[in-house]
Design a protein around this ligand. Structure first.
Ligand code: ADP
Ligand code: ZN
Ligand code: ZN
Length: 748
């Protein structure tokens, strides 16, 4: 038996070595097991056994491994390989991967053994029934007949039990037997049955007859092409072309042969609409997994899947990647271009789509990436022949693509054709749609009432004391709010600079747009969908349901309204201010603006009636606006790829972004310049910066950035190694101690 175990703890630390106590033979530790271990003076953590070995480390006293928490290992070899890949590629520790990948309740932790136990998750316990000795099926059947006249009810309950017994000889869940507890007690007393309790394993009906949609010719062709691809396949389908139907057809095949499927969807597109649609076809095979699911259910799902014999369909956000789907054969990444697949705020800063591809290769599963506006990375991979590629060009059921009208805001203003935030053509279209009883969606990518307020006397604008941004006015709370740190303050009555009592809201967010549209159309029923109106799952659902049921006429919202909804009666979609999207210093700005507007536009006219999309902009000649108007993804891709190539940006290079933070701006500068110099010695021209990001102070910390560009064909692994060396050297130096460095590989 090995003497030592390297254990990964949910901390930003390397694995630590513990001693393996002598134990019962059958209870031997296995790699992948979850165990309780003491770490630090008094904390007990859940750890994962990563390696068992006999190499005594150079430490005086090793702590022993504590008890094992679950019967089976939580991770198999392939999942461990995925974690290792992530820690290496995204330059973080295995502990950080663990912290993110395992549901919170599966890994209790506490300051004492009692606290730890209190935190521990237990599967719900259920009572089961079994035939008692010496009864068997024949003798008990005879007994039923014998007592049928004298005790008809008892005989009937026994018959039920006998019938269930043939299907479940190892134990019949009590809840499946239709009788009350006195009868069970009586049967037990009479010696027919015995009861026992054990953890509830969720039984599922074994029905595997799926009512799959009949595919159109184009959909069928795409499905066939995907089937014949090994590895990754990109499916580009215009909005409303029925990508979901293609997925369903592929998913059905895999489930029918007992394979598992993982379908990833961006978090806020994980609507009840999509899940219900999948449940209607796949019934109890469907499990959903995302942040709005309770921690109990997430843990129960994880533990249930550990023992599954296959045929599972998990629909989830990026965190679903880490569920134990041991029979994984297919991974679908819907809306693969969506930026919310990237986890940016905490380590591991991973991209869900990219991890999905690695996961699938470890399991030998195939991958379908779907989008109306694929990321240029995926598109390039398809063009270069690394991925299979299919397109869907028609909307389902003969629905026409929406008509796109570009409306010049400046021109409308000059001609007196602008009513608050709406150009006349948009107002007219809304009026006509309301008249016909159709629905309208209005998109504005800022929440709140006004992005900033300004003194009319001197131009002063309130800013966040902790971040370098203006405060957004929110009318519902009557306060100004910082969208970066959450700081709030009352809107000042008068200006602290010049004492003029005239603070004017500038620009507009969703809240102001909602108010303005309600004033213009007082009879219309208006609702708003953004982070402020959807603080609870039920509020979110209410807004969606009400719009779906036609109880809301106009829905105003942020990005949230763009994601994958399939509402039948939306006739008009308005993009209230496209300018916001066009000007961003990001090299992906054009690609993003194109994708966002195309997705918003795609919500219009999804059934027979023609939809119209009105884009308000002061730059009607901007090329991005032109691509959107013509629905010309290929032109966008061609132009953007040329630029990316010229300046060595993805997909022609990989980026590693280093962000340095400190409250002391001088120390930050010194450290950043020192680091830049060291990096230049190793990477030369591949280092760009340092630059201050557009918002150069958040939560009181100043920020500077560096970018490494590793062109294709150069080894990323080698680059990471060099980077690790440089950072390790820098961290030895005193002046670096107070600097926080965040590494983001493939930043979005
Ligand atoms: P996408 O995801 O490509 O935007 P959807 O999958 O939401 O498109 O399809 C748009 C609409 O057309 C949905 O209401 C869907 O049910 C319907 N649809 C698409 N293909 C079929 C099909 N083969 N049979 C029946 N309905 C379909
Ligand atoms: Zn003033
Ligand atoms: Zn702030």
């Amino acid at each position: 038996m090995p003497l030592f175990a390297d254990i990964v703890l949910p901390l930003a630390q390397p694995a630590y070595c513990f001693s393996v106590p002598e134990g019962a033979e059958g209870d031997a530790l296995r790699v992948g097991d979850a165990v309780a271990v003491q770490f630090g003076p008094k904390n007990i953590y859940t750890g994962i056994v990563w390696r068992l070995h006999d190499e005594r480390p150079n430490v005086k006293r090793l702590k022993p491994v504590g008890r094992r928490l679950y019967e089976s290992p939580l991770l198999d070899e392939r999942m461990r390989a995925l974690w290792e890949w992530m820690a290496d590629y995204y330059m973080c520790t295995l502990g950080e991967v663990m912290r993110m990948a395992l549901p919170s309740l599966i890994k209790p932790q506490g300051g004492s053994a009692e606290e730890f136990s209190r935190d521990e998750y237990h599967l719900p316990v259920e009572t089961y029934l079994q035939l008692s000795e010496p009864w068997n099926e024949q003798t008990l059947q005879a007994e039923c007949d014998r007592i049928a006249r004298r005790a008809p009810r008892r005989s009937e309950v026994l018959r039920q039990i006998l019938q269930l017994h043939t299907q479940m000889p190892e134990g019949i869940p009590r809840r499946l037997v239709d009788c009350d507890s006195t009868q069970i007690a009586a049967l037990r007393k009479a010696g027919y049955i015995s009861t026992f309790s054990r953890e509830r394993t969720l039984e599922r009906d074994e029905e595997r007859l799926f009512l799959l949609p009949t595919l159109t010719r184009e959909q069928q062709r795409a499905a066939d092409e995907i089937r014949s691809t090994q590895g990754v396949h990109l499916l580009r389908g215009v909005t409303g072309s029925g990508k979901t139907e293609v997925y369903m057809s592929l998913i059905g095949e895999v489930l029918a042969r007992g394979g598992d499927v993982l379908m990833l969807v961006p978090e806020i597109a994980l609507t009840s609409q999509l899940i219900e649609r999948m449940e209607r076809v796949f019934g109890s095979c469907v499990a959903s997994y995302h942040s709005r699911i309770t921690p109990q259910r997430r843990t129960a799902t994880y533990l249930r899947l550990l023992h599954s014999s296959g045929g599972e369909l998990v629909i989830g956000a990026r965190s679903a990647l880490f569920l134990p789907l041991r029979h994984l054969q297919l991974v679908v990444v819907d809306e693969e271009h969506d930026t919310s697949y990237k986890q940016s705020d905490t380590a591991p800063r991973y991209h869900g789509r990219d991890v999905a591809i690695v996961l699938a290769s470890l399991y030998g599963a195939s991958v379908v990436l779907g989008s109306a506006t694929p990321s240029l990375e995926s598109y390039a991979n398809a063009r270069w022949g690394k991925y299979g590629y299919s397109t869907l060009t028609e909307r389902y059921g003969g629905a026409q693509p929406p008509r796109i009208i570009i409306s010049d805001t400046m021109r409308s203003l000059r001609r007196g054709e602008r009513r608050t935030h709406f150009n006349q053509v948009l107002v007219n279209s809304i009026a006509a749609a309301l008249e016909r009883g159709e629905q309208i969606m209005l998109f504005q990518n800022r929440r709140g009432f006004a992005p900033f307020v300004q003194c009319r006397g001197c131009g002063w604008t309130p800013r966040c004391p902790h971040c370098n941004v203006t405060l957004t006015e929110h009318r519902s709370s009557g306060r100004m709010e910082c969208h970066y740190c959450g700081y709030t303050a009352a809107v000042p009555r008068s200006c602290p600079q010049c004492e003029t009592a005239d603070m004017k809201p500038m620009g507009f967010g969703t809240e102001r747009a909602e108010e303005a549209i309600a004033t213009l159309f007082p009879a219309a029923r208006v609702a708003r969908l953004d982070r402020d109106t959807t603080t609870s799952e039920s509020a979110y659902r209410r807004i969606i349901r009400s719009f779906e049921a036609g109880e809301t006429d106009i829905l105003v919202g942020t990005q949230m309204i763009t994601k994958g909804f399939d509402f039948g009666r939306v006739a008009v979609v308005g993009v209230l201010n496209a300018d916001n999207l066009l000007y961003s210093p990001d090299f992906r700005a054009s690609e993003r603006a194109f994708a966002l507007m195309t997705q918003v536009a795609g919500r219009a006219g999804r059934r027979q009636s023609e939809g119209v999309v009105i884009v308000q902009t002061s730059e009607p000649d901007n090329q991005v606006i032109g691509w959107v108007a013509r629905g010309d993804y290929d032109a966008m891709a061609r132009t953007e790829l040329m630029d990316r190539h010229a300046f060595s940006y993805p997909p022609y290079a990989r980026l590693v972004q280093l962000t340095l933070y400190s409250e002391d701006v001088q120390a930050l500068r010194r450290a950043t310049f020192a680091l830049t110099e060291r990096l230049r010695e190793k990477f030369g021209r591949r280092v760009s910066g340092p630059v201050a990001p557009p918002i150069d102070r958040i939560r009181g910390e100043y920020i500077l950035r560096l970018l490494l560009k590793i062109e294709n064909g150069r080894s990323m692994a080698r680059a990471r190694e060099l980077l690790r060396e440089v950072l390790a050297q820098m961290q030895q130096q005193a002046e670096f101690k107070q600097i926080k460095v965040v590494i983001d590989v493939d930043p979005q």
